[in-house]
Design a protein around this ligand. Structure first.
Ligand code: CMC
Length: 426
């Protein structure tokens, strides 16, 4: 049996043959790269629902089963047993680090977390009420002006250096963007703190590095807070060819600077259909206000004439429970008492989830809670301001974007991204 598919043009009876490329996991792929040459027509796939845009061995999702793997390892194992930085190492190197490699990676990132003074001054040019995502995207783009020689990199150590630098600096840029948005002085990274603790520190500390000087003395960042945020970073680390990653690959395909590609990914992530949903979930729960109002909003979500959507529900790929949401739901239950999670928000969220999981509208469309449904509630409990929810997603996802960028650059068959169109004008 030939490993191909035959397509017949019913107008002419002419047949065309296309090879099937075999996947190691998940659906096989029909290679239609000769489609135009053979038929003189393009294919149309609105929103790319049936299109594989690249070959990759980084992340695997089985949307029907609700399965997610980084470099072949299940997300549940990684979230439970490994730190976010070990997951970064895994994505970049295709294997988990040894204890020594893990220590060295951590240390290098601590050293690289500082920003060039010139970049620090850039923040003053932005209006103080700018959304941190806008500042974060702009400042990340500006990073390319400081590391220009990296435009033509092609050696493995250069890729690694460029990746480590951006992963280390993004939390600092994000924290500075927030401090600027509230008119507070910047807090420099503390070399003695881990990656995840440092981010919380840069958000919370007072000048001089003190965390809190109330009647109760200094308030320490709790281990449980660090663990929770670290898990959130891990769950966001990569998610194959989503909208922002596809944007990063598209910019990479033109040969532009890697940090500009990351900045474009940040901009794409900002929208509420993508990473911006975590901010919208909490805003929506607050708007619903109490469990008594939930039914009204569920009815609105089901009304085809109402644009209202339940934020944190549905996913292009997952037609089952988002495995990341499952992990966060468990984490949320564990943290409920220790982190003083807002019980009213929890009650509203619980009622929405219960109704949605038993309602025909949501069942027939396979709309399950996604990662953003729970991350917002946990981030609120971590006292992270709502405007920083999507920047938190950015911090986690930077490693995914840069790993995908490197994979694209190393692909000898990679071409500039240049789709065509169905022209309907004059
Ligand atoms: N609330 C109510 N109805 C919904 C929702 C929702 N959240 N999501 C999808 N639907 C309905 C939609 O109206 C449509 O119904 P019908 O077939 O009657 O027209 C059907 O479900 C299919 O929706 P779609 O928009 O064609 O599906 P999509 O795969 O293009 O969109 C999505 C996926 C995530 C953009 C969408 O589900 C959505 O807008 N969800 C809310 C925003 C959200 O939570 N985004 C975060 C995604 S996870 C984080 C990330 O990876 O970025």
């Amino acid at each position: 049996m030939k490993n191909s598919i035959t397509m017949i043009d019913n107008r002419t009876g002419k047949s065309y043959e296309f090879d099937i490329l075999e996947a190691t996991r998940g659906p096989n792929v029909v290679n239609i790269s000769s489609f135009f040459a053979q038929t003189g027509m393009f294919t149309f796939d609105n929103g790319y629902t049936s299109t594989a845009s690249c070959k990759s061995d980084i992340t695997f999702i089985d949307g029907e089963k609700g399965e997610l793997r980084y470099r072949g390892i299940e997300i549940e194992k990684l979230a439970l047993n490994h730190s976010y930085l070990d997951v970064c190492y895994l994505l970049l190197n295709s294997r988990l680090p040894t204890e020594q490699e893990s220590l060295e990676f951590d240390l290098e990132l601590r050293h690289r977390s500082f920003l060039h003074e010139g970049l620090r001054h850039l923040f003053q040019a932005f209006p103080s009420d700018a959304h941190p995502m806008a500042t974060l995207s702009s400042a990340t783009s500006a990073l390319s002006t400081f590391y220009f020689s990296h435009l033509e990199i092609c050696k493995e150590n250069e890729y690694q250096e460029m990746a480590r630098r951006i992963i280390a600096k993004i939390p600092t840029i994000a924290a500075f963007a927030y401090r600027h948005s509230i008119g507070a002085p910047f807090i420099q990274p503390d070399i003695n703190r881990s990656f995840t603790e440092n981010f919380l520190y840069m958000l919370r500390a007072y000048p001089g590095g003190k965390m809190h000087r109330g009647v109760h003395g200094e308030e320490k960042i709790k281990e449980i807070e660090i663990k929770a945020l670290d898990t959130i970073f891990t769950l966001h680390a990569d998610h194959e060819q989503n909208a922002s990653t596809t944007t990063v690959r598209g910019v990479a395909s033109t040969g532009a600077h890697p940090y500009v590609a990351i900045s474009s990914g940040i901009s794409a992530l900002w929208g509420r259909a993508h990473g911006g949903a975590n901010e919208s979930v909490v805003a929506q729960l607050e708007m619903i206000g109490s469990v008594e109002n939930v039914d009204t909003y569920i009815e609105r979500a089901k009304d085809p004439n109402d644009p209202f959507r339940l934020m944190g529900f549905g996913h292009r790929v997952y037609k089952n429970y988002d495995p990341r949401a499952k992990i966060l739901k468990t984490l949320q239950d564990q943290l409920k008492d220790e982190l003083n999670i807002d019980s009213n928000l929890l009650k509203i969220a619980h009622k929405i989830e219960t109704i949605a999981l038993s309602d025909e509208y949501f069942i027939s469309r396979k709309l399950y809670p996604n990662i953003d449904f729970y991350s917002g509630i946990i981030l609120t409990a971590l006292k992270i301001p709502t405007s920083m929810f999507t920047p938190v997603f950015v911090i986690g996802r930077t490693v995914g974007w840069i790993t995908q960028w490197i994979e694209f650059k190393k692909d000898k068959d990679a071409k500039i991204t240049r789709p065509r169109q169905l022209y309907l004008g004059d």
